[in-house]
Design a binder for this molecule. Structure first.
Ligand SMILES: *Cc1c(COP(=O)(O)O)cnc(C)c1O
Length: 231
């Protein structure tokens, strides 16, 4: 995709996000867009950089490695949004600016150790499972308060909020219920003294519902970069 097409897509998505904010009575400045560049190559990332984008969501660490290698020295920030195996923690600690898929204590421990070795810290969001499907990863909501408490032992992990993937359903009510669940969990944890300013929820097909339920960040792939091919 060329720069002009990407710029047009970006402007159109930003406009739709702004409209969703206004429809929900929210300030558009309160919702950021994370462009999700997974499966797209370095040429696409370069085109997106020409449009002014800097942060990119990726779900595979191997892909971050390849792209970061090809773009070494460029002002790009990699945001990990996919399920993370602990054997990838070393690369994440080296390359990522943020992880939105923190979902278990073992991963926190290993990331913290690797980050200490790198002398770095990382913004993290805790991924919570709000969908019924077995395939969706994430911490069970009822385990969140204890988990947030345990994360205080890992100073390299700056916990900034929560992330979720809604159920894959045609039923808007079911999708919206996932987003509402995340917001309510956030509110109850904030009432217990945790600082969780960020809610990452909503993708190309459901971001308006997520914004209506309080998303502060929507993760958009297809609507910016086009449909993915996994060949
Ligand atoms: C791929 C992906 C997205 C973006 O999905 P689109 O439907 O292409 O906008 C958002 N969040 C996560 C975790 C993803 O893996």
């Amino acid at each position: 995709m060329d720069v002009a097409q990407l710029a047009a897509n970006w402007i159109a998505v930003r406009r739709r996000v702004d409209e969703a904010c206004r429809a929900a009575g929210r300030d558009p400045a309160a919702v950021t867009i994370l462009p999700v560049s997974k499966t797209f190559g370095v040429d696409t990332i370069r085109a997106a950089m020409a449009v002014g984008l800097r942060r990119f969501g990726e779900n595979k660490v191997q892909e971050v490695r390849n792209k970061a290698g090809a773009l070494a020295g460029e002002p790009v920030e990699w945001v990990v949004i996919g399920h993370l195996q602990t054997n990838k923690a070393k690369d994440v600690a080296r390359l990522a600016s943020e992880v939105q898929s923190l979902d278990r204590l073992e991963l926190a421990q290993i990331l913290d150790r690797r980050l200490q070795l790198e002398g770095r810290s990382l913004d993290v969001l805790v991924q919570v499972k709000t969908a019924r499907e077995d395939t969706k990863s994430g911490l069970p909501g009822e385990a969140l308060p204890a988990f947030l408490h345990q994360l205080r032992a890992y100073p390299t992990l700056r916990v900034r909020g929560l992330m979720t993937l809604a159920t894959l359903s045609e039923e808007m009510d079911e999708v919206r219920a996932c987003f509402r669940t995340l917001r309510e969990l956030r509110d109850s944890c904030v009432a217990e003294g945790h600082e969780l300013p960020r809610l990452s929820m909503g993708m190309s097909s459901d971001f308006a519902l997520a914004i209506a339920e309080g998303a502060t960040e929507v993760r958009i792939g297809t609507a910016i970069f086009g449909s993915r091919s996994y060949t």
